[in-house]
Design a protein around this ligand. Structure first.
Ligand SMILES: [Zn+2]
Length: 428
């Protein structure tokens, strides 16, 4: 797997992102249950966000080539076409052939009057100049283009791509599929695919700004997944590229088979799960990917609600917390045999199997989701001595450590069977 540093940075034109620019690593060579019927019908859940907009058919993307007074435009047409083709390969696969970019290259190479240094120092002047040229040429949004992609000689400005989150993207220097495909994701309205890296705590504290990596999802082109990195299942949902029978919210215990989502298969199989947290402000999303070797080991876990509770960004959780020193999230998936518990509740998640060796659309992960049993006494977690054990629920030792599965551990249980409830010491 070639993981090359991308030639620069991407900046999202949001106030929240300014100043948070990070290097964007990319793989320029591509590479982004038993559904046992327990999942709730999507239409009846309030937790899965509404689809922002269904993108189908084509959107017109027009490449605008620009040279400067001291730097001619240097990307040849074959290279542009190659990049555009690679981008469409990804978008067609992500949308299961429902969407693609209708590429065109504006026939005239524009000559901007300033120099590299001028525009590096004052980029907005170049933006204004480009817009004025399009107007002067009679090019109209909606008619001639839906998004224009302005590409120009490399300037020193600290990013390689920029988007206005709508109809304009600017590509600084080389015209690569990783950067341009990423900016076009912004033009569909998508934010970055982040990660949480909070040291030994895999969850971090929502609302904080020092425990995250802006581009931290290692597999998503909106993170640092590069030119073949499919959007995560939440973002595919937001742009309308998944069906209601493919993304489900789970509120019942069971083992769910989640099929690999990073392909163009459209078979009505489960591709993503959302599980509500014990705190209704948050949720966990699960998916499986088969393309990238490090993703194959288990379920990718993504948190919803980290920035603000209403925020629909995706936050990849590194289930091997404390590994930030290694410099990436590539050991982050919930590998077979690993488990974790909702930070705000009792629900437990465990990867029990993958379709080992099948790294195709038929790859899958079996995710066991265990909700607290009905009748379990409500109690706060990790806030004191826990001596409650219900035979149907989790157990804790006197230090509050989760003792689930330690059958020989002495515990106290609440017997509600006969007469008034009473405590029973289980000292098997
Ligand atoms: Zn970006």
């Amino acid at each position: 797997m070639n993981r090359n540093p991308m030639q620069g940075l991407c900046m999202l034109a949001l106030a929240a992102c300014l100043g948070l620019v990070r290097p964007l690593a990319a793989e320029e060579e591509m590479v982004c249950g038993t559904d046992d019927g327990l999942a709730a019908p999507l239409a009846k859940t309030a937790q899965i966000p509404k689809v922002s907009k269904i993108y189908s058919g084509k959107l017109k993307a027009m490449v605008i080539r620009i040279g400067f007074s001291d730097a001619p435009y240097a990307v040849d047409t074959a290279a542009i076409v190659k990049t555009n083709t690679a981008i469409n390969t990804l978008y067609r696969s992500m949308s299961r052939n429902a969407f693609e970019w209708d590429w065109r290259i504006y026939g005239i190479i524009l000559s901007a009057p300033g120099t590299r240094a001028d525009y590096g120092a004052n980029f907005s002047s170049l933006q204004s100049w480009i817009a004025s040229q399009l107007t002067a040429a009679g090019l109209k949004r909606g008619t001639d283009y839906d998004v224009y992609v302005a590409n120009f000689p490399l300037i020193t400005i600290g990013w390689s791509g920029l988007s206005n989150l709508r109809d304009a993207d600017w590509i600084n220097g080389s015209y690569s599929a990783g950067v341009t495909g990423h900016e076009l994701g912004h033009s569909l309205g998508l934010p970055h695919a982040h990660s949480i890296e909070a040291g030994p705590d895999m969850f971090g504290t929502p609302g904080t700004t020092t425990q995250t990596n802006e581009y931290g999802n290692p597999y998503d082109i909106m993170g640092h997944g590069g030119s073949t990195g499919h959007f995560n299942v939440l973002y595919k949902w937001r742009v309308g590229w998944e069906d209601a029978d493919e993304i489900k919210e789970v509120t019942s215990s069971g083992t769910y088979r989640i099929y690999a989502q990073d392909n163009d298969a459209h078979k009505g199989r489960l591709l993503g799960l959302r599980v509500p947290s014990g705190d209704a402000n948050y949720g966990y999303w699960f998916e499986y990917r088969a393309i990238t070797p490090s993703a194959r080991n288990g379920a990718a876990v993504m948190f919803q609600g980290f920035r603000t509770t209403a925020n629909l960004d995706s936050w990849f959780l590194d289930t091997t917390p404390g590994s930030r020193a290694s410099g990436d999230e590539s050991d982050g998936v919930l590998a077979v045999g690993k488990q974790f518990q909702d930070k705000y509740g009792q629900t437990a998640f465990k990867t029990v199997a993958i379709n080992n060796g099948t790294w195709t659309q038929d790859g899958y992960v079996d995710l066991q989701v265990t909700f607290p049993a009905a009748g379990t006494l409500p109690f706060a977690r990790r806030s004191g001595i826990r001596l409650i054990r219900d035979s149907r629920g989790p157990a804790y030792d006197m230090l509050g450590r989760d003792a689930m599965g330690l059958a020989s551990l002495p515990t106290l249980s609440l017997d509600q069977g006969k007469g008034s409830p009473h405590l029973v010491l289980n000292a098997r």
